[in-house]
Design a protein around this ligand. Structure first.
Ligand SMILES: Nc1ncnc2c1ncn2[C@@H]1O[C@H](COP(=O)(O)OP(=O)(O)OP(=O)(O)O)[C@@H](O)[C@H]1O
Length: 273
């Protein structure tokens, strides 16, 4: 099922790259008196079209910065970030990028329905009622279309965020700890649901997470970063068929990969070779 490998950043040859970061460095200037903080240095990652890649790494290694660069919210200090062959901002301008972050704010005064419909309105498109209904059903909220966020649980709100990120059927979906604030049981259930939803559409996805089991359950490949300044330490291919359910998470191969990745993350060298 698995194939642990050297940190080659790419999918197999011939795959069309949906996301490509090459030699990316990012320095943050905190104040004029202090040295810039080097968050990333020489970071490479290639995500093939239709691939699900999870990014793991020690706290502060630059995972969110990577995602924010793919989303066009940060620019690299050096190196290049290409998404679907163009710049992230070009993809954003065409509404082809879906983003769900842990703190993705839902409109508090709007219903679940209106929150999921928001991307259509922002793109100046007619709201296709059937599509909104399907999205709400997909994330298990068909009975809550009229509920406002404060009437819903944290898990339900995260499902709305994910439905909203998928609303325009984006070319690339970016998920930053989307279930980070949830209890372990809810998180596990949503992981299984997201895996099932993803297996139907296979949207190119990059997920940032601290949860090794979540990464192995959901991803085709898991990228492990070094400590700050972050670079790619290791790529793990998870070749198990989809959809992956409880059987997969109970199998010894799943636990073998999880253990290997946990050991890498525990390595005080941060996985540097
Ligand atoms: N806008 C910013 N200005 C200054 N420093 C920043 C900024 N954004 C991130 N950093 C710094 O860059 C480093 C990487 O941050 P980032 O949030 O990408 O890490 P992370 O791996 O996602 O962390 P965590 O796992 O703890 O969420 C951190 O040291 C952080 O303090």
């Amino acid at each position: 099922m698995v194939d642990s490998g050297r940190p080659s950043s790419g999918g197999s040859e011939g795959d069309a790259a949906a996301v490509e970061l090459r030699g990316v460095a990012k320095d943050f200037t905190l104040s004029r008196r202090r040295e810039p903080l080097c968050a990333l240095d020489g970071f490479d990652l290639t995500v093939a079209r239709g691939e699900f890649v999870a990014v793991l790494g020690p706290s502060g290694c630059g995972k969110s910065t990577v995602l924010r660069m793919i989303a066009g919210l940060e620019t690299p200090t050096s190196g290049s970030v290409r998404v679907e062959g163009g710049t992230p901002s070009a993809l954003v301008a065409e509404h082809r990028l879906g983003v769900a972050f842990q703190d993705s704010a839902l409109l508090p005064w709007a219903s679940a329905w209106d929150n999921v419909a928001l991307p259509f309105r922002l793109a100046g498109r007619a709201v296709p009622e059937e599509r909104i209904r399907t999205l709400l059903t997909t994330v298990g909220l068909e009975g809550f279309a009229r509920a406002r966020p404060k009437q819903l649980s944290g898990g339900m709100r995260q499902r709305i965020s994910i439905a909203r990120a998928m609303a325009l059927d984006p070319d690339v979906l970016l998920l930053d700890e989307p279930f980070g604030a949830l209890d372990a049981v809810t998180r596990r259930r949503l992981n299984l649901e997201l895996g099932a939803v993803w297996a139907r559409r296979r949207t190119t996805t990059v997920l940032v997470t601290h949860d090794v089991a979540e990464a192995v359950l959901l991803a085709d490949r898991v990228a492990v970063m070094t400590g700050r300044p972050g670079s790619l330490a290791h790529i793990e291919t998870v070749a198990a068929p989809r959809p992956r359910g409880e059987d997969f998470t109970r199998g010894h191969e799943f636990h073998e990969v999880v253990d290997r990745l946990v050991a890498l993350l525990d390595d005080p060298s941060g996985g540097r070779r």
